[in-house]
Design a protein around this ligand. Structure first.
Ligand SMILES: [Zn+2]
Length: 366
């Protein structure tokens, strides 16, 4: 009855084993072809359980098949909820708390792609503002209408050429600045506020986690202060941009640095990153990035070794004198000079099988 129920059912989902078989049965046969018979009317049992010849000859079930009982009652074909083969339906709901900016940041796993994407968004925004400005100007200037028309046409041409342009490095740098400013505002708003109020004194609250870095605010970006301002280094190296450890952007930047140094270790990555960024708690971020890196996993993976077989008894007979069991290795010919002629010589290496003394276990005879 269980099998009939499974075959007739069209709505319930079953576990893989039953689902595959039911699908096969339904594909090859019609559901109406299947009927239930009780155990007593099953002719197959006679073959599998055995029956005396006399009974077999007279058995109408064996020769004619079981008597059809008609269609099954629909109530009987219902599958119980507690049937172990029925798949449970799990309803899950997900609440998303990310805002649109975080979603955008999480979407990208490559730093350059993210910067390019933000650069395009900023470029479109700038372009829209510019076009609105041009439109306003043309509406207000009635007197120089004709002249403006020409101007508008030329502006339109300019717009077309501008939109068609590629992203410049300046635009990408501006996008990077915007991203960094956003991340810092999310994590270090108190420090930025303090520095904006006391711009010259470089003072932030004593309990701030950035106090040891002596931070400065340069063009709205929080950077490491330090004492090497007079060094002949790039501004980014002298005052790296401070980034928090628990931000998706930090992870993307670390991953980018990791790829740039060719999947090298922590110290190389740190020195590469500190050319521009100072990540608070960088060690842990690097560790996490490296642990997720598939290429590094492949590099560090253990190679398969062959399991060595048992040593033969003669290699283990340590209570016997040296060279009782000996290995021999022939080599040659070697050309040896004797007087004016060269003669062929052959060598043999005797190795004691039981001992491995550096001096006495091997004897060479030429
Ligand atoms: Zn790697």
């Amino acid at each position: 009855m269980s099998v009939i129920r499974y075959i007739c059912n069209e709505t319930t989902r079953f576990h893989t084993f039953v689902a595959n078989r039911v699908a096969l049965i339904r594909e090859a046969t019609d559901v109406e072809q299947w009927n239930y018979i009780d155990s007593k009317s099953n002719p197959a049992d006679m073959a599998s359980r055995g029956i005396k010849m006399k009974r077999l000859i007279n058995s109408s079930i064996w020769w004619n098949g079981p008597i059809k009982t008609g269609n099954q009652d629909q109530e009987d074909l219902k599958i119980g909820i507690d049937d172990p083969e029925v798949k449970c339906n799990v309803n899950s709901t997900m609440t998303e708390t990310c805002d649109v900016i975080d979603k955008l940041f999480l979407h990208f796993s490559d730093w350059m792609n993210l910067k390019r994407s933000v650069a395009w968004i900023l470029a479109v925004k700038e372009e829209l503002a510019r076009r609105v400005k041009i439109k306003k100007q043309t509406v207000t200037d009635f007197q120089e209408k004709n002249k403006k028309k020409k101007d508008e046409q030329s502006q339109k041409m300019k717009i077309k050429t501008r939109v068609a342009k590629e992203l410049s490095t300046k635009m990408i740098d501006e996008a990077e600045e915007s991203i960094v400013q956003y991340v810092q505002s999310q994590h270090y708003s108190a420090e930025i506020c303090d520095l904006q109020q006391k711009r010259n004194s470089r003072q932030i609250k004593h309990y701030s986690s950035l106090r040891k870095l002596d931070p400065i605010l340069s063009r709205g970006i929080l950077r490491v202060g330090g004492r090497i301002d007079k060094a002949e280094l790039s501004y980014d190296s002298k005052h790296p941009i401070i980034l928090p450890k628990n931000s998706p952007i930090t992870e993307v930047i670390v991953r980018d640095g990791h790829k740039r140094v060719g999947h090298l270790g922590k110290n190389t990555m740190l020195s590469e990153l500190r050319q521009k960024f100072w990540i608070v708690g960088a060690g842990n971020v690097i560790k996490s990035v490296v642990s997720k890196c598939i290429t590094c996993r492949k590099y560090q993976g253990q190679t398969l070794g062959q399991k060595m077989g048992d040593l033969p008894q003669r290699r283990l007979s340590t209570d016997e004198p040296p060279f009782t069991n000996t290995g021999m290795d022939f080599f040659g010919p070697i050309l040896v000079k004797r007087g004016r002629v060269c003669v062929k010589r052959y060598g043999v290496v005797f190795t004691c099988l039981a001992r491995k003394w550096r001096t006495a276990s091997t004897q060479i005879h030429v």
